[in-house]
Design a protein around this ligand. Structure first.
Ligand code: S0N
Length: 273
């Protein structure tokens, strides 16, 4: 395994957030509970993803779990109470849904680097990421109907887009666990590598994406999301079309004419077939 000088971006209690040559690496750091998340973990993850969105020097984000046992085992059963996962103020929350939305709308590729169990809500986390690179020891599965929860949102519908309706129902109804190879065969992960090569391969894939056009990657992610996200997906894609329009002289002519108190001259711009 190559050694990399990851530098810490920000200190948190439940996660680690590091940077290396264009890559933001976010690690759920609760190995004692197989990287299960509590509301605080999710708030920290949202904060780190928001920083990744803003930072110009971050082009790709990697999400992983600490250690060699688990990527994430879902919601922390120790803090599950009446109405959800209880935060430090005693309020029940399901704020992981806000994290799913963040990952989907972040206009940069997000790669799940799955280093062990991806179970329950931890499985959903890799499902919502753009790519999944798994180590050979990774194990995938939903556990909700066995442990008293379910995700009828992206965890079901988007999962079905990956593996098909029949397989998605099997995964949820039976709560079986699947090896990395089985997950690869059903289209749930992009590639499987030995554990020692997991980070090397992930960084290699990230570096390839960093060489690609960020706007093209952004628009592809928007297009693939829009198919499933209805009006919200169209809104995100249209927002980026507006961004590109603002970059064109044609839009600038409208603004300039307004500020200069004259009629705009749009006739100078081509009307493409
Ligand atoms: C991961 C499993 C299969 C590993 O089994 P194994 O190897 O036998 O290890 P264990 O001894 O069981 O575990 C090791 C230690 O880790 C603790 N631990 C593991 N998972 C959790 C957890 N989720 N919460 C708290 N602690 C956990 C164990 O207790 C053990 O600690 P010690 O040694 O001290 O006893 C196996 O551990 C397993 O099946 N884990 C539970 C998986 C689970 O139930 N996850 C929660 C599922 N539910 C959710 O994620 C909620 C989803 C949700 O809320 C949601 C709802 C709507 C929309 C979206 C979501 C969403 O989150 O996506």
């Amino acid at each position: 395994m190559s050694q990399r000088n990851w530098t810490s971006v920000k200190e948190y209690e439940d996660i680690k957030f590091d940077f290396f040559e264009g890559i933001g690496k976010i690690t759920i750091n609760r190995p004692r509970v197989y990287n299960a998340f509590r509301p605080k973990t999710v708030l920290e993850l949202i904060d780190a993803f928001d920083i990744c969105r803003e930072r110009q020097d971050i082009g790709v984000i990697v999400l992983t779990g600490e250690g060699d046992k688990a990527f994430c085992s879902g919601g922390d059963q120790n803090v599950k109470g009446h109405g959800g996962y209880i935060d430090e103020g005693g309020v029940p929350r399901l704020n992981v849904l806000d994290l799913h939305k963040r990952i989907r709308s972040l206009p940069k590729p997000v790669v799940a680097m799955v280093n062990g169990y991806a179970i329950g809500g931890g499985h959903v986390l890799h499902v919502v990421c753009d790519l999944t690179i798994a180590s050979e020891n990774a194990i995938f599965g939903q556990s909700g109907p066995k442990v008293g929860s379910f995700d009828g949102g992206f965890g079901s519908s988007y999962l079905a887009r990956h593996v098909g309706q029949k397989k998605a129902r099997e995964i949820w109804f039976l709560c079986k666990q699947y090896s990395a190879k089985e997950a690869e065969d059903m289209g749930l992960v992009n590639t499987v590598v030995p554990f020692e090569q997991l980070e090397d391969t992930t960084v290699e894939w990230c570096k390839i994406m960093l060489q690609r056009s960020p706007m093209a990657l952004r628009m592809i992610k928007r297009g693939l999301n829009a198919e499933l996200d209805g009006q919200t997906g169209i809104m995100e894609m249209a927002g980026d079309a507006t961004l590109m329009f603002y970059l064109m002289e044609e839009a600038q002519e409208g603004r300039n004419a307004f500020l200069e108190k004259r009629d705009p001259d749009f006739q100078q711009f081509p009307k493409f077939p």
